[in-house]
Design a protein around this ligand. Structure first.
Ligand SMILES: [Zn+2]
Length: 206
């Protein structure tokens, strides 16, 4: 079974995002040390706590159902540290140089992904494998051909060799589920203890 990083919930509903944007603008107007500023900061903290609770809940439910339903779980090995650093900052003070919403969502995604992988490790000991993400998005899951041109857009994968068409995330997920880590030259490297069965794909949209 394969998890797509993109399928993790970002955490904020549209309404909450709107409220957060308003609170941030209000925060910028309030004087440091004022009562009103304190109130705005507490409102932002409450919103952050709600997002954290929801994310934890999702991580627990998802890791339990995966650990119960799958013999082998393969996940994309991501640089969580790198991603988290790029989205450094908190809800009320997003990192500089990071667009607020993008930075926040990226941080939540990276954080949620790391939490999920950690919990899977606990709930399915010895049954989780991390697959390097390199080239999984450029490789055709039908014929194995690797080329940047295969990736027509963020969403569409179309193999220039065999014409296989697929959603780009699903194509990458199939490569990861097959347990293939790919080198720059395109040689397939089977992982140790590869399981000889068709991968199941379960897009996680909870
Ligand atoms: Zn192909």
């Amino acid at each position: 079974m394969t998890l797509g990083h993109a399928s993790l919930p970002a955490g904020l509903t549209a309404g909450e995002q709107h409220r957060l944007d308003r609170l941030r603008r209000a925060l910028a107007r309030r004087k440091r040390g004022s009562n009103r500023r304190g109130w705005v900061k507490r409102a932002i903290a409450r919103l952050a706590a709600r997002v954290t609770d929801r994310r934890k809940d999702w991580v627990e439910k998802t890791s339990t159902s995966l650990a119960r339903g799958c013999d082998v779980i393969r996940v994309e090995a991501l640089s969580i540290r790198g991603m988290t650093r790029s989205a450094k900052g908190t809800l009320d003070q997003p990192g500089r140089g990071v667009r607020q919403k993008a930075g926040l969502n990226r941080g939540i995604l990276a954080n949620g992904w790391g939490m999920l992988v950690t919990r899977l490790d606990h709930k399915a000991p010895g049954r989780m494998e991390k697959v390097k993400a390199a080239y999984t998005s450029q490789q055709c899951s039908a014929c194995g051909y690797i080329a940047p041109e295969n990736r027509k857009s963020k969403a569409v994968f179309q193999c220039v060799a065999c014409r296989f068409v697929c959603h780009a995330d699903v194509n990458a997920a199939k490569n990861i589920a097959a347990g293939r880590a790919v080198t720059a030259r395109g040689a397939l490297q089977p992982l140790g203890g590869a399981v000889n069965r068709e991968p199941q794909l379960a897009p996680l949209t909870l």
